[in-house]
Design a protein around this ligand. Structure first.
Ligand code: FAD
Length: 565
């Protein structure tokens, strides 16, 4: 028996484990299905990160159902399966989202504690903003007041320069009206193009495992972390006032192995992520009665919101062929070059491999008078929220699709930051080791289809700046044929993928609401003893990538747990 059991040593789970075990004598057990991050080079060397998924030991290796909006293609749907969870396998981009994103959550849940003014108090506790590995002068590349320097997770500006840097900056000057420069994406404003920040410190990945579960913290005698321990279901330990109490958890090393049961005296906290958390609830009889009955699971609490509202960012990698050999594509083509760069990284943590996938990112709004907003309303969180995104990468970046054997590339990845499509995840069987049925429903709405088209047009406008004339040769592959609205839509359907940002499958809602899975304090509705702390509780996607807001949610949530016990 432990005071707290945390299911999942991922991005959020490790924050909670760290904070709850701060108090001596409070015992915390963390159960993680995956392996350790220790000794996994690709999880430490930033630019090797994309090799960690899909179809590896470090990935849950989920796939989506056929995506209607994507010409019925099936996509790999990666989730990290190791200490650190998805923060150990992600692309390291670190953006907190806009202040309006948090204001909307506060307003819609009736809890002002989720508002930006309260959430930003957690930044200094969480963040340790550090100098980049190349030691370059970062003046003008960030706003000091937006950052914490004494926290736990290391964040840095680009660690290695690339040939796009000056060109992107020149474009923000030449086309400043459409593409203004923003000093810092992480101070509550996101609109504009800024130097990208990443979860990298001293040239290496900083994940929830390297930071919140570092050796110093693991020394705490009250903090216990068990790997290769997959939770198969929650165990009801009693009934109170007619409500099921869940203080027990069953786990096993793998299918067919004996299960072990552990219990918590205070709370069980689900931090298994946007797919893992609803899956465990459903396996335990908390979910949509009809869906559970179909797979032979007895319903304990009928809540149709479990697994619904899945929201993710579509991703479209718009690739250009470029002149010269300054793109990073060559790094991966010759074993000798790659090895010498790995040696350089190992000896002093410098060089191109300390790069994340980009040195600049931009977030944008559709024009206020755009037909799209007139027709569909504004799905963003407010005037500071974004509709569209662009990421500038000095190499071929098409998740899951290997780079061509020759050529140099510049990728402008675009996305719909405020998608209106919603999907689901549900059980495919009552077997806890079976993969769930996942439908993110990409481009499921007209708004998303038209907004993705606008994002590509934005990229096409971006490269009209004069600096690109002597660099870009031509759009590559299918992209070269995307010349009309129709051909552009066809290209998007055939090539778009995912940012791997699912949220919302256990969304929080006001106390007493007829929808939603948790209350604003993240306690699970309709049962006792259970809380959810991970990306699944976010009712909307942020105007940015998901790891940073999830870290901040977890920091506040740990305080909520402490306040109740
Ligand atoms: P996770 O970090 O996924 O943690 C869940 C943990 O629970 C995992 O360790 C998992 O193994 C464990 N678990 C699940 N089920 C069980 C079970 N039954 N029993 C025991 N343990 C279980 N975000 C960004 O901000 N920037 C990026 O550049 C970026 N790139 C990404 C690239 C990829 C390939 C992926 C996969 C994600 C990316 N993301 C990025 C998204 C971001 O990493 C996630 O949104 C975030 O890390 C999720 O945090 P979480 O705590 O909700 O879940």
């Amino acid at each position: 028996t432990f005071d707290y059991i945390i299911v999942g040593a991922g991005t959020a789970g490790n924050v909670v484990a760290n904070r709850l075990s701060e108090k001596e004598g409070v015992s915390v057990l963390v159960l993680e299905a995956g392996v350790s991050n220790e000794g996994v080079d690709a999880a430490a060397i930033p630019l090797l990160g994309p090799s960690l998924v899909p179809n590896t030991l470090y990935d849950w290796n989920y796939t989506t159902v056929e995506q209607k909006g994507y010409d019925n293609r099936v996509l790999p749907y990666s989730r990290g399966r190791m200490l650190g969870g998805s923060s150990s396998v992600n692309y390291l981009v670190y953006t907190r989202g806009s202040s309006d994103d948090f204001e909307r959550i506060a307003k819609e849940t009736g809890d002002s504690g989720w508002g930006w003014d309260n959430i930003k108090k957690y930044i200094p506790r969480h963040e340790k903003f550090v100098a980049p590995a190349d030691g370059h002068d970062t003046k003008g590349e960030f706003t000091a007041t937006a950052h914490g320097t004494d926290g736990i997770l290391q964040i840095s500006l680009p660690n290695f320069p690339n040939t796009l840097d000056e060109r992107v900056m020149a474009t923000t000057k030449e086309l400043s009206k459409d593409f203004p420069f923003l000093e810092d994406h992480n101070g509550g404003d996101v609109l504009g193009i800024a130097w990208s920040q990443a979860s990298i410190g001293g040239g290496a990945r900083s994940s929830s495992a390297t930071a919140y579960l570092s050796a110093d913290f693991l020394k705490r005698p009250n903090l216990h972390v068990l790997i290769n321990a997959q939770v198969t279901k929650l165990v009801q330990t009693g009934t109170q006032d007619g409500v099921a109490v869940f203080h027990g958890v069953e786990f096993a090393t793998k299918a067919g192995e004996e299960v072990t049961t552990v219990t918590s005296t205070k709370e069980t906290i689900l931090s298994a992520g946007t797919i893992g958390t609803p899956t465990i609830l459903q396996l335990s009889g908390i979910g949509d009665n009809d869906e559970l009955t179909k797979v032979g699971i007895k319903t304990v609490f009928n809540n149709p919101s479990v697994g619904k509202n899945l929201t993710d960012h579509p991703l479209l990698a718009n690739v250009y062929s470029v002149k010269g050999t300054e793109s990073f594509d060559g790094l991966f083509r010759s074993t000798d070059t790659l090895h010498s760069n790995i040696e350089r990284w190992v000896s002093n943590k410098t060089g191109p491999l300390t790069s994340s996938v980009c040195n600049h990112i931009g977030f944008f709004r559709l024009p206020d008078d755009s037909d799209l907003l007139k027709k569909f309303g504004d799905p963003s969180s407010g005037p500071k929220g974004a509709h569209l995104e662009m990421i500038f990468s000095n190499l071929w970046v098409q998740p899951g699709i290997p780079a061509p054997k020759t050529g140099s590339f510049f990728t402008i990845t675009t996305s719909v930051t405020s998608p209106t499509s919603r999907g689901y995840t549900k059980l495919s069987s009552s077997d806890p080791f079976a993969k769930p049925t996942i439908d993110p429903n990409f481009l499921g709405t007209e708004f998303d289809r038209l907004a993705l088209r606008q994002s590509v047009k934005l990229a096409q406008r971006f490269i009209t700046a004069s600096v690109w004339k002597d660099y870009i040769t031509a759009p590559f592959g299918d992209y070269s044929r995307a010349t009309t609205d129709d051909s552009l839509d066809a290209y998007a359907r055939a090539n778009a993928a995912t940012f791997f940002h699912p949220v919302g499958t256990a969304l929080m809602s006001p106390k007493g609401a007829q929808y939603g899975v948790t209350d604003p304090d993240l306690k699970v509705k309709g049962v006792q003893g259970l809380r959810i702390i991970d990306g699944s509780v976010l009712p909307y996607l942020p105007s940015g990538h998901t790891q940073a807001p999830i870290y901040l949610v977890a920091e506040r949530a740990a305080d909520l747990v402490k306040a109740d016990n």
